[in-house]
Design a protein. Structure first.
Length: 128
C-alpha cells in the first residue's frame, strides 16, 4: 500500500512546480483576468497586470494580503497565481511623451515628422 502511495505521489509531483517564496513588503502587480473596469469595457484592450502593490501579509503559501487602494473594490487577500513580481524598467525602456509647448495660452506639441496619413469616415488621422 505504501509503495503505491509513493508511486502515485511521484507521478502527481512530476507536473507540479515549486511555489515562489513571498514575504511582507515585496512589490507585485495584480492580474486583471477577473477584474472589471467600467472605463474599459473591452477586456481585450486592457493591460494584463495593473498597479504596483506591496504585500502586507503572507496568509499562507498560496494566499497573500495586498495593500490595495480603497477604490479597487475587491478582497485584499488574493491567490498567488493572480500576482507577479514587479520588475523595474530599464532606463530608456518606457518612451516618455513630449511636453506641450504653450502658444498664445493654448498647449500644443511640436511635431518632428508625419509618418503616415489616412482618412477614416471623413476624418484625417496622422501618424507622427
Amino acid at each position: 500500500m505504501r509503495k503505491m502511495q509513493e508511486e502515485m505521489k511521484r507521478y502527481a509531483d512530476r507536473n507540479r512546480r515549486k511555489t515562489e517564496e513571498w514575504k511582507k513588503g515585496d512589490r507585485v502587480m495584480l492580474s486583471t483576468k477577473d477584474l472589471v473596469f467600467k472605463e474599459r469595457p473591452v477586456q481585450k484592450l486592457t493591460e494584463r497586470y495593473v498597479g504596483l502593490y506591496a504585500i502586507e501579509k503572507v496568509v499562507s503559501s498560496n494566499m497573500v494580503k495586498l495593500q490595495l487602494p480603497s477604490l479597487m473594490r475587491i478582497h485584499l487577500v488574493v491567490n498567488v497565481s493572480r500576482i507577479v513580481w514587479y520588475k523595474e524598467q530599464v532606463k530608456g525602456q518606457k518612451k516618455e511623451e513630449g511636453k506641450p509647448i504653450e502658444v498664445e495660452g493654448i498647449e500644443e506639441w511640436k511635431v518632428e515628422k508625419i509618418l503616415n496619413k489616412r482618412k477614416i469616415r471623413g476624418v484625417e488621422k496622422y501618424l507622427i
